[in-house]
Design a protein around this ligand. Sequence first.
Ligand code: FUB
Length: 322
Amino acid sequence: MKKAKYLFPQDYMADPSAHVFEGKIYIYPSHDWESGVTENDNGDHFNMKDYHVFSLDEIDGTIVGHGVVLSTETIPWAGRQLWDNDVAFKDGKYYLYFSLKDQNDIFRLGVAISDRPYGPFVAEENPIKGSYSIDPCVFEENGEYYIYFGGIWGGQLQRYRNNKALESATYPANDEPALCGKVAKLRGDMLEFAEEPRDVVILDENGKPITQGDTDRRFFEASWLHKYNGKYYFSYSTGDTHYICYAIGDNPYGPFTYKGVILTPVVGWTTHHSIIEYKGKWYLFHHDSVPSDGRTWLRSMKVVELEYNPDGTIKTIEGMDK
Ligand code: FUB
């Protein structure tokens, strides 16, 4: 497969997190809909209220929709805006980690549990203690689970330093190190952080942290972690410059050294992705707003093959058809 294909033209789905569970690909997207909320820099127009799950036996096969698996109506602490999610498997249970504003309009990370990869999922009573911001992604290695998260602007990461809320949102100066995504090990029961979240530091080619003003390369949102040939690849969106970039490290905590662009800008403001290996090939799951004629809050999920160069760098994929 060399050309990206839309996965589910029947409805708007975004931020696809893909995993291989029980020998199939399962996809956990956000579910976009036309809620009528006016577009603004806080992302209020991304006013989602439920999640669906999809599965595929073959990458070119027929996608199966498993229906609604979690909704704000059944999340006890829900305020509004069910954003990106991800799922991890441990000891016979599937844990769905999600971004949601609480009743004070503060983004937190929640957990919901199922016995099956296709749900339905039952949410815990409260968000993860000490959690904040958006876009969880979980990476497992040797029985340890690492949760990555964070997003600036509407994702509220600029309201925190050292895991504490600030009195008001503050960004570093343009020549200072950029705000970082976060990573923490999960506790054995998968329901809480096992440690204080740490910074996911992204270094430039000279070993210096990427600066806040380096908007083509600094972290904005949409963390994803995968491993290839013994190296750890942290990929993310640059938000207002619309790239999916990646940086490579030697362990799940980093630091990671910036290596380049995976996906050039797509139609629509946001770009968000996941990367998996399936049956010996690698794939980039992502979204764009072509089917909704550029309405940035109505996105459609896609998949395309991802290829590496012999030195382990990733071949850049064009986000827009030429
Ligand atoms: O889908 C809502 C938000 O848009 C996600 O959480 C961000 O990553 C961006 O894709």
